[in-house]
Write a protein that binds this ligand. Structure first.
Ligand SMILES: C[S@@+](CC[C@H](N)C(=O)[O-])C[C@H]1O[C@@H](n2cnc3c(N)ncnc32)[C@H](O)[C@@H]1O
Length: 170
């Protein structure tokens, strides 16, 4: 099922406007709202999603859309910016892959980061939406282990959670 743009989508869209370059990647494009905003400041924009129906909906001129897990189908390219508003809520009894990101909520985010890191250019940035409802300590450990700088570039309080956009750089 396609994810309808919400507060988390808009928060990430605000952030990506501050970046520009040649190649950008969004993992988990959903409706394509973020992918399309990347196309304003990047020459080449690639989007991936496991949900083919979302990709069919989100297509646009100049966007390269790939149906695959995370960045698994991509090689021979270096991205200046990698972004994702991943499924970040801790799993419920019935897992919905558009919103539930694993037992702690952070597992899919971690999987995305691991998948895209080899494709990140030396001066590139990765941006991930993270929720206060997830236990994000595994992402901190990942950043430490890979010697990445991690900083919060935007945050927003909603009535039931706090959303952060986290930037990882070399
Ligand atoms: C929270 S939605 C975000 C959609 C859109 N980017 C936005 O911000 O509105 C997460 C998206 O990630 C996709 N997704 C989930 N697991 C994935 C995976 N392993 N690889 C690629 N995409 C995945 C879902 O199908 C969904 O479209």
């Amino acid at each position: 099922m396609m994810y309808v743009p919400a507060e988390d989508t808009f928060l990430l869209m605000e952030c990506v406007q501050k970046y520009s370059g040649r190649w950008a990647l969004e993992m988990g494009v959903g409706s394509g709202a973020v992918t399309q905003s990347l196309a304003r400041n990047f020459e080449n924009v690639v989007g991936t999603d496991v949900d083919l129906a979302s990709l069919a909906y989100s297509g646009g001129k100049g966007l390269l859309l790939v149906c695959c897990d995370a960045a698994s189908a991509l090689t021979n390219v270096r991205f200046d910016l990698v972004v994702s508003n991943p499924p970040y809520l801790p799993d419920d009894l019935e897992r919905d892959r558009t919103v539930h990101g694993g037992p702690s909520g952070i597992e899919t985010t971690l999987h995305f980061a691991e998948s895209a890191l080899p494709l990140l250019s030396e001066k590139g940035s990765m941006l991930f939406v993270v929720s206060s409802l997830a236990d994000s300590s595994a992402l901190d450990s990942f950043a430490k282990e890979k010697n990445l700088n991690k900083k919060v570039v935007k945050e927003k309080a909603l009535f039931y959670e706090r959303l952060y956009v986290v930037e990882l750089t070399f």
